[in-house]
Design a protein around this ligand. Structure first.
Ligand code: SAM
Length: 230
């Protein structure tokens, strides 16, 4: 398991231990604080074969299956996030198949293509150079890929200049942060430098975070904040 999925596994464990359950969504929330469009950007989903990449607690997959009669593979690579989805909806949620797998492994299985693929806040953690080629043959011709990614993160860090996942901090309530950073030295940062912090230990005070802060121009106007972080 890579540093990204290890962080999400720790995150899921944290919330399993506290039985944290975010509310049932009334619509898709593509933006970070309930901003952005809703379900309509996915088009007509009735009877469509749909893939949710990085489905987390499964609440958006359950919402779409319940309100749009979609048939959804909800895939998450973190065992504890997957467990949260099963604890919440069970194995028998109509229209939803909860699958524990790294999305790249899932896509490399030879199955019939999807009509619609979506990812809410998860694509930014996955290497696009691996994901997009794996995804292409799994979307039927004329099918749709809909996703939202972090533009400006909760630290105020603006968009990267390169197309690649970047380390992000995952907040554990008031008890600190986890980093999705790859192990030290294994991969260059978007800026071409190399991470010098311990894996999984990033926080606002880490050398890694301080270095990023120094290297990046901060602009309040690039922030899409529309309310308090969820
Ligand atoms: C920010 S959460 C979003 C969860 C859900 N889409 C939502 O909006 O509620 C990101 C999710 O992506 C999952 N994830 C990250 N990398 C993944 C990968 N390579 N394969 C499958 N799932 C992944 C994480 O485990 C986590 O549950």
């Amino acid at each position: 398991m890579d540093a990204n999925l290890r962080a999400w596994t720790e995150y899921g464990r944290f919330h399993l231990n506290r039985s944290t359950n975010p509310p049932e969504p009334k619509h898709m929330a593509w933006g970070f604080w309930d901003s952005g469009p809703g379900d309509e950007v996915l088009g007509d989903l009735a009877g469509c074969r749909v893939l949710d990449i990085g489905s987390g607690t499964g609440r958006y997959a359950a919402h779409l299956a319940r309100t749009h009669s979609a048939v959804i593979d909800a895939v998450d690579g973190s065992p504890t996030q997957h467990q949260r989805a099963l604890a919440r909806y069970g194995e028998t949620e109509p229209g939803v198949h909860f699958i524990l797998a790294d999305i790249l492994e899932h896509l490399h299985q030879d199955e019939e293509p999807y009509d619609v693929v979506y990812a809410l806040h998860s694509l930014g953690f996955i290497d696009p150079h691996q994901l997009l080629p794996a995804l292409a043959p799994r979307i039927r011709p004329g099918g749709r890929l809909v996703f939202s990614v972090l533009h400006t993160n909760r630290e105020g860090l603006g968009p990267s200049t390169t197309v690649r996942p970047r380390p992000e901090n995952v907040r554990l309530g008031n008890e600190g942060m986890l980093s999705t950073a790859p192990p030290c030295g294994s991969s260059p940062l978007p800026c071409g430098r190399t991470c010098s912090s311990r894996p999984g230990s990033s926080s606002r005070t880490s050398p890694f975070y301080r270095r990023l802060k120094k290297m990046t121009r901060w602009s309040a106007s690039s922030s899409p904040h529309t309310g308090p972080p969820g």
